[in-house]
Design a protein around this ligand. Structure first.
Ligand code: NAD
Length: 454
């Protein structure tokens, strides 16, 4: 069976590579000729762990190829996945569906036999029906069904998420479409993945409801962490204490600088718009969006407070720019609000990220980028940990201390322990955990790697 994937971004490329790993013939198409040329040359245009190996293996086996030519991609394909972007539309926050509709129209011309057209892009309720209407109008002779198969993969662990998902959601109306979708996901039957068949509308809503719920959960623990700061409680213990309740679960209960990324911000806005249009507003989601926006600015306040209330003229080292570790995706990263806010207040920024610097430069060309985290800290008045990359989890703290002008650390991911940092002589601020003050009379001797000697 041959699959065509329209749109070879984070989702299209990962889905295409994984379907080819399942054993299907896959052609990934994109309108971006440069991206396709790089893929053909064996270069992966995004950073995603394990993706290069998967693409290389399946391309070599002849099961995965890349093109800009639609007739070539669709020749003999009986399943076509639409995986183009659905960014926020300027002005009203609704999803911009122009890429999806343009893809539907071009696909329509190339449907020669019964084909299932699958929307993998995150699309508002009603889009699947509209895609069917566009195809029908463009090519009245086309034999096809439309299915909705929203994607739940997380950047940074996308391959594992696709190959071992918690569930697969498929919305469709006909037995023929259901049979084809079942065949595509048959490899997951072995690992007993729940496959949920629903209507088109329900599948579309499941995706938005999932993302909105996760955004809400993150915002909830962020607010609880603020409350911990006021009450002297410890958010790590609160998270564990509530997360052990099976009805709540331990995931997404880590406080941070506010959610970002290519999905939650735009998907919460789009769901709010859908709900308002349907006269059934989602006040909880609206409150979440408002709070998350203010949280990022509050993080700049926290950094400022750690620097005695004024960042003007201060050098601030920032570790981590991407919205989360293991991706180079900068879309709606909290750093894009926090850093400009610090700059506006007069701070000088020296930033490091393991893979995100090229992308970050496009958004923030005027800050200083460093190739090494320790270079960023040289002479800085404070160190801020913004994204919890593994390489920041075991910094040589003795070296950090000698490099910083003042030993001030603001950890917006709670990577380090307040008591240990205080013992090492740092003025350490984290989220929702009681501050421990360094003992000024105590010598702070450390071995390499930050281990204390006495
Ligand atoms: P992306 O921007 O990385 O990729 C989209 C690709 O589509 C681009 O390469 C673009 O050139 C191409 N494209 C646009 N119109 C086209 C057309 N008419 N023909 C051919 N190619 C076209 O986007 P993404 O992050 O992969 O997201 C795609 C969809 O999946 C979105 O709806 C998103 O919400 C959803 N999604 C994303 C993630 C994620 O983690 N990135 C997770 C789940 C769902």
């Amino acid at each position: 069976m041959k699959i065509a994937v329209i749109g070879t971004g984070y989702v299209g490329l990962v889905s295409g590579a994984c379907f080819s790993e399942f054993g299907f013939d896959v052609v990934c198409l994109d309108q971006d000729a440069e991206k396709i040329a790089r893929l053909r040359a064996g270069e992966i245009p995004i950073y995603e762990p394990e993706l290069d190996t998967l693409v290389k293996r399946n391309a070599e086996r002849g099961r995965l190829s890349f093109t800009t030519n639609l007739p070539e991609a669709m020749a003999g394909a009986t399943a076509v996945f639409i995986a183009v972007g659905t960014p926020s539309r300027r002005g009203d926050g609704h999803a911009d569906l122009s890429y999806v509709y343009a893809a539907a129209e071009t696909i329509a011309h190339e449907i020669k036999e019964y084909t299932v057209v699958v929307t993998k892009s995150t699309v508002p309720v009603g889009t699947g029906r509209k895609v069917a209407e566009i195809i029908r109008q463009t090519n009245p002779k086309a034999e096809f069904d439309v299915a909705s198969n929203p994607e739940f993969l997380r950047e940074g662990s996308a391959i594992g998420d696709f190959m071992r998902p918690d569930r697969v959601v498929i919305g469709c109306d006909t037995d023929a479409a259901r049979a084809m979708m079942r065949q595509l996901y048959r490899p997951l039957f072995l690992i007993e993945t729940p496959i949920l068949f629903t209507s088109l509308e329900t599948a579309e809503l499941i995706k938005y409801a999932s993302n909105a719920f996760l955004a809400l959960k993150i915002s909830f623990i962020n607010q609880i962490s603020d409350l911990c700061d006021q009450l002297g409680a410890n958010v790590t213990d609160v998270s564990r204490g509530i997360g052990l309740d099976g009805r709540i679960g331990p995931k997404f209960l880590h406080p941070g600088p506010g959610y970002g990324g290519s999905c939650f911000p735009k998907d919460t806005l789009a769901l709010m718009k859908t709900a308002r249009d349907a006269h059934s507003p989602l006040s909880l989601v609206e409150a979440t969006v408002d709070y998350n926006d203010t949280r990022k600015v509050q993080m700049a306040d926290r950094i400022s407070t750690a620097l005695n209330g004024n960042v003007a003229g201060k050098n601030v080292a920032i570790l981590g720019l991407t919205f989360k570790p293991n991706t180079d995706d900068m879309r709606d990263a909290p750093s894009l609000v926090i850093i400009p806010e610090l700059v506006k207040r007069g701070a000088r920024i020296r930033a490091h990220d393991p893979v995100g610097i090229d992308e970050a430069k496009k958004h923030m060309p005027d800050i200083t980028y460093c190739a090494d985290p320790y270079e960023a800290m040289q002479g800085a008045d404070a160190l801020v940990i913004l994204t919890e990359w593994n390489s920041y989890r075991a910094l040589a703290l003795d070296r950090v201390k000698t490099l910083l002008k003042t030993p001030t650390v603001v950890d917006l991911r709670n990577v380090y322990r307040p008591d240990e940092m205080a013992e090492l002589g740092f003025d350490y601020t984290s989220l929702g955990r009681p501050k421990v003050h360094p003992d000024p009379g105590k010598p702070h001797l450390m071995a390499e790697g930050g281990r204390r000697l006495t």
